[in-house]
Design a protein around this ligand. Structure first.
Ligand SMILES: [Zn+2]
Length: 282
């Protein structure tokens, strides 16, 4: 796998923006660079849109500060799709040309650039700049989660698991939900680290095709199909998308080890998950 960008290093907001603009210039026929909004600290939330198909598929990385390696993984996916399309080759089980003619692959590598910056300063930090854990700030089981949160002694902004004042209170989640409402993607895949697990559905809601897709993704990566339990199972992006749109929302916990995973592992983790991510495009 050859890449035009060196991915095995830590990416923050500036590296994501720079990589996106390099890819946008190199593959100007295939890839458009934009933004879905801005973070609490005013950083543009970079969006790469690959292809021009009617159906949207959305990939989201870095909900959580320490999990910024997921930005690298998603930028690699964008580059691989463009490269294969330009060469006229297959990527995974389908011709890249076909994928990009029938799909628009929307990629948001870093939903939480402020949290990533705090984490990269050496502090354990999953939340955004306002201390809200973005992956508990969606409108799915929010009231139930508030009770669990209180029982856990979480009463305000902190490094992890505080859900915020109300669903979509944060500029990052509000921007993402607005983009999802506008584009109505067929599938949303959220990349987290770590553990080699794949989650689907919400509560007892399993949209048509969700279990089959999650199963194929698990087989292709060797990851384990899992059901979320306890605090992980409320207020997440996958949960809200499942509840609101009744279409497959997937969480993939990439790689193994301790967060933050070493950035030098980006390419090897990407190789582990590429075929799995591509399943979401079929
Ligand atoms: Zn996470």
């Amino acid at each position: 796998m050859a890449f035009i960008i060196a991915y095995d290093r830590a990416f923050g907001w500036a590296e994501v923006a720079s990589a996106a603009s390099i890819l946008g210039a190199r593959y100007d026929e295939l890839l458009r660079v934009g933004s879905i909004g801005a973070s609490a600290n005013g950083k543009e939330l970079t969006l790469l849109s690959v292809g021009r198909g009617e159906k949207h598929v959305l990939f989201v990385g870095t909900h959580h500060g320490t999990e910024h390696i997921t930005a690298n993984l998603l930028l690699m996916l964008a580059e691989r799709l463009c490269g294969a399309s330009e060469r006229g080759t297959k990527l995974g089980r389908a011709a890249a040309d076909y994928i990009l003619a029938t799909r628009t692959v929307d990629i948001i590598p870093m939903l939480n650039p402020d949290g990533a910056a705090i984490a990269q300063s050496g502090v354990y930090w999953q939340a955004n700049a306002q201390g809200v854990d973005l992956n508990h700030n969606y409108n799915a089981g929010f009231a139930e989660y508030k009770r669990i949160e209180a029982d856990a002694g979480i009463t305000g902004g902190c490094a992890t698991r505080y859900s915020g004042e109300y669903p979509e209170s944060e500029p990052e989640t509000e921007a993402l939900c607005s983009y999802i409402r506008a584009t109505e993607p067929e599938v949303v895949v959220c990349l987290h680290t770590q553990g080699g697990e794949i989650y689907f559905g919400y509560d007892d809601i399993v949209p048509r095709g969700a279990k089959a897709l999650a199963g194929r993704m698990a087989r292709r990566s060797g990851y384990v199909l899992s059901e979320p339990t306890g605090m992980a199972s409320y207020g997440g992006c996958k949960d809200w998308f499942t509840l609101e749109f009744d279409k497959p929302g997937i969480t993939i916990e990439c790689g193994h080890g301790t967060n933050p995973l070493p950035p030098e592992l980006a390419t090897s983790i990407y190789k582990e998950i590429e075929a799995s991510l591509l399943e979401a495009l079929l």
